[in-house]
Design a protein around this ligand. Structure first.
Ligand code: URA
Length: 239
């Protein structure tokens, strides 16, 4: 492991002093994460990107996982619980793009391509994400209308691009709602329904951009094709 500024300088991209400036100015990303601390240590496997330029060449891998319940959506867990990365058989340093809650199932992409991670995670990139939510009680008509018009969560309005009531069981008192949103705040779906007075008992992400979990059982994964990766890069998803 070497200090980040040393690795940048050794690559010839910039002098040590300039490298330090770039780090402090938030221009340097390591594995998709902005690094502003000068002492950060990196290894040869880490993907360093400065102003969109990859410093280290490496083979990129892209996986689409159908995440089971009870799995953490990060590369590492401080309590040693199983993470999405543990489910993929690879020796590459991969990490998930975005997060799904511990109890949320469904589609999550894992990669070691920091550029794609930045592109897809950027707030201006409106990637549509479709969720299926099972609510703790039957949804009222007026709440469905409110939902379609948009719900304010933490002061910011979230307007779903599509809402579809899949099922309401009056006797058992629950509803299943399909909802597509373009934003990526943590717990956003649960918080939207919380604002309306419902709890989400089950949540699954069934689509991400043009990708679906079709053909993948819970815990199964597949590699993305080159075509799919290209499409993720090219489709900008700007409204
Ligand atoms: N919204 C949530 O509430 N949870 C998720 O896991 C994803 C979106």
């Amino acid at each position: 492991m070497e200090r980040l500024q040393k690795v940048i300088a050794a690559s010839g991209y910039a002098s040590r002093r300039k490298a330090e400036e770039l780090i402090l100015n938030g221009k340097v990303y390591v594995n998709g994460e902005k690094i502003t601390e000068l002492g950060t240590k990196v290894s040869g496997n880490d993907d360093i990107v400065i102003d969109g330029v990859h410093l280290t060449k490496q083979d990129y891998v892209y996986y689409l996982l159908n995440k089971p319940r009870g799995i953490i959506s990060s590369a590492k867990d401080e309590h040693n619980r199983t993470t999405v990365v543990d489910l993929i058989n690879t020796n590459k340093r991969i990490y998930p793009i975005g997060r799904l809650d511990y109890d949320t199932t469904g589609l999550i992409i894992l990669t070691n391509d920091g550029e794609l991670t930045n592109l897809l995670s950027h707030p201006s990139n409106h990637v549509p994400k479709k969720y299926v939510a099972k609510l703790n009680r039957a949804i009222q008509k007026e709440d469905l209308i409110k939902l379609k018009e948009g719900i304010i969560v933490d002061g910011i309005k979230c307007i779903p691009t599509r809402v579809k009531l899949k099922k309401t069981d009056i006797e058992k008192d629950y509803s299943i709602v399909e909802i597509t949103i373009i934003e990526g705040r943590n717990h956003i779906i649960k918080n939207i329904f919380k604002e309306l007075g419902y709890l989400v008992d089950k949540l699954s992400r069934v689509e991400y951009a043009f990708l679906t979990t079709e053909g993948l059982k819970s815990g199964e994964y597949r590699e993305l094709s080159i075509k799919e990766v290209k499409r993720l890069y090219e489709e900008k998803y700007h409204n």
